[in-house]
Design a protein around this ligand. Sequence first.
Ligand SMILES: NC(=O)c1ccc[n+]([C@@H]2O[C@H](COP(=O)([O-])OP(=O)(O)OC[C@H]3O[C@@H](n4cnc5c(N)ncnc54)[C@H](OP(=O)(O)O)[C@@H]3O)[C@@H](O)[C@H]2O)c1
Length: 282
Amino acid sequence: MNIPTKKLLSGFEMPVYGLGTWQMGEDESQKDADVSAVKDAIELGITHIDTAEVYGDGGAEKVVGDAIKGYDRKKLFIVSKVYGNHLHYNDLLNSLNKSLDRLGTDYLDLFLLHRFNPEVELSETMRAMEDAFEQKLIKNIGISNYNVDETQSARKNCKYPVVANQLHYNLKIREAQEKGLLDYCQKEDLMLIAWRPLKHVDLDLPIVANMAKKYNKTPVQIALNWLISQKNVVTLSKTANVIHLKENLGALDFTMEQEDIKSLLNDFPDQEEVSDTVALRN
Ligand SMILES: NC(=O)c1ccc[n+]([C@@H]2O[C@H](COP(=O)([O-])OP(=O)(O)OC[C@H]3O[C@@H](n4cnc5c(N)ncnc54)[C@H](OP(=O)(O)O)[C@@H]3O)[C@@H](O)[C@H]2O)c1
């Protein structure tokens, strides 16, 4: 399947759905299965693969590196992240080079600062990102789990566009919305990459069942489509199960009506403002 893309006014473009790799590569005995899962995903049309230096302590990047061998690199959209303890100039470039080595690639399509670190000046971090960009080691610069003020600072301190903020956003966790990040991304031409679209979201609810019936889709497909039906929002989920992945890809071939997007936005029960994983600072 050809996965649809979203394009910003700046020209930055990425697939609306990608594969996550958190918890892959943690267990050596599972490595072959993890590599097969990523390869199966590519065979089914996945091009956006999301990983990070911190996942499995580099193990997830190795899994991705093994899986993408033999595929046309230009057709893939590989994203990795540098952790918040590697944001000084030399540390960042060292981390990036190690990520590239593990992934067996010369460049990343998008490189994200995984967490804000108030102890490191953004000007120093962004100087490293700019140099990596100029050396063509990264095609695009992004951030993750940054609040609005931090996003503004990141943009102010970078001479190249900061194209994306990867955030915990799903039917239940509404921090991105409540703290103005969704609005900011939509107004300021950034992509909001919604992480963890499914995990810990109770989809066994009448409001979801009704939508699933209306669109002849499953609850999972409603949860994913609700995200990508929103302006400047794309998503990614982790799955090592081909049946699940096929179901998830079935979320990409329809458009939910505005009134249904709003109804889920307002009426989905038990919404939580704060992510259980990352509480964005005020
Ligand atoms: N920037 C950040 O700080 C940050 C933080 C967390 C995650 N992320 C990224 O976002 C990705 C996605 O988040 P996540 O992995 O935490 O959560 P998720 O994708 O919402 O959920 C993953 C779980 O859902 C299951 N699943 C997937 N599709 C399914 C389906 N159709 N039916 C039933 N179960 C299904 C998977 O199990 P199966 O394998 O059995 O399908 C897995 O247990 C991560 O892998 C990572 O790349 C980024």
